[in-house]
Design a protein around this ligand. Sequence first.
Ligand SMILES: [Zn+2]
Ligand SMILES: [Zn+2]
Length: 380
Amino acid sequence: MRTKKAPSQAKRAKPRASQSKPQTNGTPRTPTLKPPKAPERSAARSPAAQPAELSESDRRRLHEYLELAERPFLVHTVPASRKRKRSGAHPMQVQEDLFEQRLSVQYEVKPRDKWESLRRYKKFTVGSESIATGECILVKHDETEDPRMDIHSQWKAKVLEVRALDQEHVYIRLSWLNRPEDLPSGRKDYHGKNELIPTNQMDIIDAMAVNGALPVRHWDEQADGDEQSMPAEDEFFWRQTFDFANTKSFSNLRRICVDDAPQNPDELIVQCSNGECRKWMHVRCIAKNALERAIASQSPNQPPDSSPKKGKLKNPANNPNLTAVADATKGLTTAEVFVKGYPDRPNIEPAEEDEIVITTETGEQYSEEVRCLFCETEVE
Ligand SMILES: [Zn+2]
Ligand SMILES: [Zn+2]
């Protein structure tokens, strides 16, 4: 049977050294800086240009501003649909390379003169970890927070720009990756437990709030033939973006099955083996369908054997200790779906064959083959 589900553990890449141990040991860390590569300095007049060397008095003034301001820099985004406006002599800047083209956004940092008089860097270092622009990071809610706090509740973001006056004044311009529950529409049942939704909502934070790098995988749902594209259950991933600055809309997800709904990558889906059909189905929909048919056939108004799509009945082959990959219950009737080789978790015995086990109101059990919900072909 062709199946798809997040593998329980990442088998591909070795985790980064920093991920295999606790994030940090709690010692205070001062961010350090890596100078940018030479060509950047020569890019005079382009937005990537380095600022002119500050005079001693300008430097002192900027230092004082950074020391006193609670939030020294703010980022304003402007919907791309609006005409590019000019702010003084400067055009708005455009942030591209934000996960998907649709997230490209015009923005402006305020106060712009102070931001642009800070030197740009390609990388900064937190503890022993070097983090470059383009990487994703964990962000503490405030600087006093215990850096060992739960990885799920820490904020996540992508580093877009690093600027600094000196080692004590390092700032990161970033765009946020939200958890589904942090967006107005909330968490839906198709969201994976480690799913993140990149946005073009930007901020500038003090590098002291950064709590390490976070690998985030892109899951291309269309890449059916490439099992490697699927994130493992323990990996953070994204497949959908939220355009915060322009349209306040989500990008589309792939919809499958009889309920025309997206896949939750933590739950199994199976593909019909009929070459003409090849439809993907949620295993939980197969369980729900079997339950509905079982209940219909138990109904006293129903003549025996009139229930639709009934598979061949047999005695359950699986031993009762096995774990179903999906089940559905109503009253005392239960339908459990077993798929060969699943669950794929350590210390749990996987099923040896595909079958649906029905337990009726009276406690009787029978089993059915797993059939396609579209064409009724037995799924193999
Ligand atoms: Zn479904
Ligand atoms: Zn089919």
